[in-house]
Design a protein. Structure first.
Lengths: 238, 238
């Protein structure tokens, strides 16, 4: 049986931890949820960029580009779309290239590129993602993005859901995320309420993004498995 | 209300995370459980030392010293006692100085010294420890020791128990450890069985130390709160 490992922050990765493995990058609120939804609704690809200025330069050079993302949860000046998955409507994005920069998720994607394969994981695509991983058969490391360098409970809940669905032999860290997910779902009476107990969910709800938090908790609604080709710099739907 | 934070490994501490706070170092299997038991049974103090050679030098210079500790779970050549709490019987250790070197716990103690106060936490002293912390009133960071640079579930379970008992306002990482503890206790039917699900517990049980694992899970059996004075280099019972 393949093995399953996890880190609560990309900064916790150690040398060779990703070698020969599948990395699943998780930023439930909201980058990886948004990437899944953008590809689900028809962008041709997502180009994750670490900095706002870098995203502006890359988007300027591509005629079909939409400049997307956030800093501090808010859309920067001149950006077409923010980081809310609900903004990515088919009529707006169909066939376009989404150049995306976010505070935590795009950074985690770039920090995971030592893996053989980098997938984008969300609660919304958990079933398709786990099917993909099982068919592939390689070992897996779940890479939670966190928030501003701090562990985010909602990312660990998403990771715990993947641990549950895969049923692989788990490291202690992956097992902890599974037990935390199961314990919190039991205590709060559902995954959405568990996610809403997190620091970052409360902050987003306070900013008026409560609908995004609820959206991010709809388990398995999308069949998209985004794959990040770090050489080309693009995420496409598999 | 004071705040409560946690790290799953001392390597995860970031700048200023400990400043002005109480650090509680946790190495359930077995260093911090052993330190609590050694002080409970009458050693005058514990001197935690990072290296085996360093421990030999320090013990050689003190007439009343007992050379104690492990590498790979086993007592090094020439050491009087290993890292099993059950070896620390009053008749053997009364009034002696315990010079202790272990693979993970003593390292974590030294990595936590940026805190205002460094306490030694175990499941066996959880009630006394939390009473001490509540009386003191400062903010707290739980520092799990891990095993050979990897997150250890049993340390996070111990941390989760402290989060539960303190009832402080918790960071997401501390909250995750609480939910993981609660979920695993529920799933496995008790704290001891949850601890025994961890990688390190299984390894110790395989080496014949199952009785140590059971001992480490006896919540609140000791009223000792060990305090590490990093200037003097000694841990004494408060």
């Amino acid at each position: 049986m393949p093995t399953l490992d996890a880190v609560a922050l990309p900064d916790h990765l150690v040398a060779d931890q990703l070698r020969g493995k599948i990395a699943v990058v998780i930023d439930i609120l909201r980058a990886t949820t948004t990437i899944v939804e953008a590809l689900n609704n028809g962008v041709s690809c997502v180009v994750p960029v670490a900095s706002v200025d870098g995203a502006r330069v890359i988007a300027h050079d591509r005629e079909d580009a939409l400049l997307c993302g956030e800093r501090g949860g808010v859309r920067p000046d001149g950006f077409s779309l923010g980081n809310s998955p609900l903004e990515y409507e088919p009529s707006v994005i169909n066939g376009r290239v989404c150049v995306l920069t976010t505070t935590n998720g795009t950074r985690a994607l770039h920090m995971a590129t030592a893996a053989d394969e980098v997938l984008v994981g969300a609660i919304t695509n958990v079933e398709a993602l786990c099917d993909w991983i099982r068919r592939d058969g390689r070992d897996v490391v779940l890479v939670c993005s966190g928030t501003d360098g701090r562990v985010s409970f909602e990312d660990c809940l998403g990771a715990g859901l993947i641990v549950d669905r895969l049923g692989y032999s788990s490291s202690d860290n992956a097992a902890m995320m599974f037990h935390a997910m199961e314990g919190a779902v039991e205590r709060f009476g559902g995954l959405r309420y568990a996610v809403e107990s997190s620091f970052h969910a409360k902050r987003l709800i306070g900013m008026g993004f409560g609908v995004d938090v609820a959206f991010a908790c709809e388990a398995g609604k999308s069949s998209i498995v985004p794959v990040f080709d770090s050489v080309v710099g693009e995420i496409i739907a598999d």
